[in-house]
Design a protein around this ligand. Structure first.
Ligand SMILES: Cc1ncc(COP(=O)(O)O)c(C=O)c1O
Length: 396
């Protein structure tokens, strides 16, 4: 199976982890030998309610049996998407009451950028150095890492970069700016949280010059930081909110959310301002609704903060220089990229799934399912500490 995987399926790196998956349940992924791997990554923050949660599976199965794709996005009234977007509007602050459901995070970013251009008649987008927003051409254009972009130029023009958390650079947001696009918590850069008052200052500057603030919550969204959305921690409601990943509990999805008058602009001049075949798909919308209900019914957001506190207490080791992030979106910062790499690979050999971050090479990602138990967390932490101890002894 692995040789066919490497031969027929396009690869993203020459050294994939290549775990041969048999099935997954709760916090474990089982390989083809029946060995369980404790999942501290959750498909990179996507499997928010664990693997094959019975309520989620039931919702998907029931909707699949009723109907699947029936029409392109926006034409037919389909209950799963209507119910879900209505529930979101009830949970979100005023001004974020209309949701455009799409197929992935990067597509949601593209939609948000288009909406900002359409609404302001301007084309400049300001993004942050070290930002990651996805991999299609528009999202790539706002990626804050030149070496990942050079081979694909020319990209979308009119993108400028500021440093995340640098108040002094906010003067670069001007009357020419259509939107400022930021991750609420920078992911690939190393799980960097906004400083006190930073996001509010960005929004104030945007409003002073008539620009829009777009917050990318594709990673921290849907309970991962202990609030439904991370912006709630920073008292800053964006004009456009972009979500994805954990939203459908493990099915492909994304969405951009704005006020109804703003979103209505995509209907005219030109009409069909953003269209998609599968956006709002009823099976996926049912999964989104079930995931949201599980997060609420199982009180996962409050537990997330307890689990964060546990991880921070437990993961104390001379090799862990810092733990960054919030809730169950944490990064262990080790002394060197080599140490981080060793930890990920050694853990993987010992049945614990850890992962790297895109850009911060000294970081090891800890983003388990929100449903992970304290015992499972403890088991994973013990293994991490054991590996670090062993590596320290080997190196000394
Ligand atoms: C912050 C952020 N934005 C956008 C994306 C892109 O989402 P997708 O991979 O679903 O296109 C990701 C994915 O990792 C992300 O972490």
């Amino acid at each position: 199976m692995i040789s066919d995987f490497l031969k027929y399926q396009a690869q993203t790196t020459p050294h994939p982890l290549a775990l041969e998956v048999s099935h997954a349940k709760g916090s474990y992924i089982y390989d083809s030998n029946g060995k369980g791997h404790l999942d501290f990554v959750a498909g990179v923050s996507a499997c928010s309610v664990g693997h094959t949660h019975p309520k989620l599976v039931q919702a998907i199965q029931e909707q699949t049996a009723k109907y699947m794709h029936v029409m392109v996005y926006g034409e037919y009234a389909q209950k799963p998407a209507i119910d879900y977007t209505k529930s979101l509007a009830a949970l979100l602050p005023e001004g974020l009451d209309c949701t455009y459901l799409v197929n992935s995070g990067t597509e949601a970013i593209e939609g948000a950028m288009k909406l900002a251009r359409r609404a302001t008649g301007r084309h400049e987008i300001i993004a942050a150095h070290h930002a990651y927003h996805g991999n299609t051409m528009g999202s790539l254009s706002v990626m804050g890492y030149e070496d990942r972009k050079a081979a694909f130029r020319p990209l979308v023009p009119g993108v400028r970069f500021i440093h995340f958390n640098a108040f002094i650079e906010l003067s670069q947001i001007t009357e020419k700016t259509a939107a400022v696009l930021l991750e609420t918590i920078q992911g690939g850069a190393g799980f960097i949280c906004p400083n006190n008052g930073y996001l509010k200052a960005v929004k104030e500057r945007c409003e002073a010059v008539g620009a829009l603030l777009i917050l990318d919550e594709i990673q921290p969204g849907f309970g991962r930081t202990g609030a439904l959305f991370a912006f709630e921690h920073y008292q800053c409601v964006p004009h456009i909110l972009v979500v994805g990943k954990g939203m459908a509990g493990g099915l492909p999805v994304g969405a951009f959310i704005a006020s109804k008058p703003l979103m209505d602009l995509l209907q005219e001049k030109p009409s069909l301002g953003h269209i998609t075949t599968f956006g709002g798909n009823p099976v996926i919308a049912s999964a989104c609704k079930a995931t949201l209900e599980i997060i609420q019914e199982e009180n996962l957001m409050a537990q997330t903060l307890e689990k964060e506190a546990f991880l921070r207490r437990k993961l104390q080791h001379p090799d862990i220089k810092e733990i960054r992030g919030k809730g169950l979106m944490l990064a262990l910062i080790l002394a060197s990229p080599e140490k981080a790499n060793e930890l990920v690979l050694e853990a993987s050999k010992n049945g614990l799934i850890l992962f790297w971050l895109l850009f911060e090479k000294k970081a090891v990602r800890i983003s388990p399912p929100l449903t992970i138990s304290m015992d499972e967390l403890e088991k994973g932490c013990d293994l991490i500490l054991k590996i670090l101890d062993k590596n320290t002894r080997t190196l000394n």
